[in-house]
Ligand binder design. Structure first.
Ligand SMILES: [Zn+2]
Length: 331
């Protein structure tokens, strides 16, 4: 546990430094608490708001990481990215944040209890990306989520965990009421496969989601216009289906609220970046059970891994500068 807690402290220190660097533009909030550990401790879950009031209210873009406690590579990619864009001296500096044209809503560590304990699941043994309550069509056995025991991986839990509720509340409050905007949210993970995947909904079904055409356009934009050709773009279900994906739940909730309102132009667009860590679960299924296993890349190329995603994340964030009509009319 100690090493995990030290790691968590290290990340939190860097986040405080980012807040200091950003001055008035950065606010750190406590968005919620983790599930209680066996020792009775609840970890605070922090969110960062970066930008002016106008930028955050009208053009919010979300990035989250650390849903799975072992996937610390996503947390480090996110922290590296924030350092890259926040300082006016940096080559990646994003002036739009100061100008009120963009606002970032960040939850850097959704599952701090998992990071501290070095577990994929939260302190209750629940896999948060199996926790939404949605049932999948033909999920991968076991890996797709199970209801047998919290002592085994991929446990779905009973009802939404505190971490899932914190994420849900933040997404709802920050994104669901914003009018006439493109509302992209990226969740950083690592583990599956040998390539980097950029997934859009759904995880639970092969049925295409309402915004499939728009997502495909965004994927072409990333590939052809921004040059991010080393990513595999597509619905998550093209890789595998799972029970309980939280983004499926949020996406469907948004559709329920607005899909019948013709005057509603905003688009809520969750995406998952799954950083490939070069092993194949089909060839080495036992890696699913090993602690370090598939969730972390080999040590030697770690720092290169962190900075490799700066350009992609920057272009992702800049989607928030576009308007729904920019995409829809050109279709
Ligand atoms: Zn993950």
């Amino acid at each position: 546990m100690l090493r995990g807690i030290k790691r968590l402290n290290r990340y939190e220190k860097r986040l405080l430094r980012i807040a200091k660097l950003g001055g008035k533009l950065v606010k750190i909030n406590q968005a919620g608490f983790s599930r209680r550990t066996d020792e009775g401790f609840r970890f605070p879950i922090y969110s960062l708001e970066i930008g002016t009031k106008e930028g955050l209210e009208k053009h919010p873009v979300g990035i989250t990481a650390g849903v799975h406690g072992l996937e610390t590579i996503g947390i480090q990619i996110l922290i590296d990215f924030l350092e890259y864009i926040i300082s006016p001296k940096s080559t990646g500096y994003l002036p739009e944040l100061k100008k009120g044209k963009l606002g970032l809503v960040i939850i850097p560590i959704v599952n701090p209890g998992g990071v501290a304990a070095k577990t994929r699941s939260n302190p209750g043994g629940v896999d948060l990306m199996r926790n939404s309550g949605i049932d999948a069509e033909k999920p991968l056995p076991f890996f797709g989520g199970q209801k047998f025991s919290n002592k085994l991986p991929y446990f779905r839990g009973h009802g939404l965990e505190p971490e899932s509720r914190t994420l849900s509340r933040t997404v709802f409050e920050r994104f669901f009421h914003v009018q006439d905007s493109i509302l992209p949210v990226l969740d950083l993970h690592s583990g599956f496969g040998t390539v980097d995947n950029v997934w859009w909904p759904y995880a639970y079904t092969h049925r295409p989601c309402t915004d499939t055409a728009l997502y495909e356009k965004i994927a072409s934009h990333f590939k052809d216009h921004c040059g991010h050709i080393n990513f595999a773009y597509g619905p998550q279900s093209a890789s595998y289906t799972t029970h309980g994906d939280l983004w499926d739940k949020f996406y469907d909730h948004y559709q329920e609220l607005y899909s019948e309102q013709e005057s509603w132009s905003s688009r809520f667009l969750p995406l998952t970046l799954e950083v490939g860590t070069w092993s194949d679960i089909k060839e080495e299924p036992m890696k699913l059970f090993s602690k370090k296993g598939i969730f972390r890349p080999a040590e030697h190329n770690k720092s290169e891994v962190l900075t490799r995603y700066r350009g992609f994340l920057r272009d992702f964030v800049r989607l928030g500068l576009t308007k729904p009509k920019d995409w829809i009319e050109a279709q």
